[in-house]
Design a binder for this molecule. Structure first.
Ligand SMILES: [Zn+2]
Length: 158
């Protein structure tokens, strides 16, 4: 028997095949859709905003039909939603569940907040090294070598 919480996540948002990204901090769902480029695919994407959550207070949920996220794709969410859980659904059942892992490097995910950084002036990809802190992440730009916190990041590569 599934408990009530699982029913709320999986039944109200029932999909036959695909991915449910759960435990997204409230307000990040639309950025996640941008980062994963979900809007540009033919897949049906449903978002739920501001669900009550014991751990987060409020959470968003993103549901993508007929697409299974990989661990690498999920890891791109580390700066926005380190708490996210990825649920792979096959034939209406939970087939696989995994967590976002913080990758050592982030390539082509965020723009450098330093306006003088060469990546903001040349047509080139960004590259950041991540460092886990007690709370959140620090990000160091490979090119200008400046170190940023998650809150400094305003723009995402889409
Ligand atoms: Zn930079």
């Amino acid at each position: 028997m599934k408990n009530e919480k699982q029913l709320r996540t999986f039944k109200v948002f029932a999909i036959k095949e695909g991915t449910v990204i759960d435990h997204i901090p409230a307000g990040q769902a639309l950025k996640i859709i941008q980062i994963l480029k979900l809007y540009s695919h033919d897949h049906i994407v449903t978002t739920g905003l501001n669900f009550p959550s014991k751990t987060l207070g409020k959470k968003d949920i993103v549901k993508v039909e007929n697409r299974e996220l990989t661990q690498d794709e999920a890891n791109k969410l580390a700066i926005l939603a380190p708490t996210a859980t990825i649920n792979i659904i096959r034939n209406f059942e939970l087939a696989k569940k995994f967590l976002v892992e913080i990758p050592k490097q982030l390539s082509k995910v965020i723009f450098c907040p330093n306006p003088k950084c060469i990546t903001n002036h040349e047509n080139m990809h960004t590259l950041f090294y991540t460092k886990k802190e007690k709370v959140g992440l620090k990000l160091q730009c490979h090119y200008c070598e400046k170190i940023f916190s998650q809150n400094d990041i305003k723009e995402y590569c889409v």
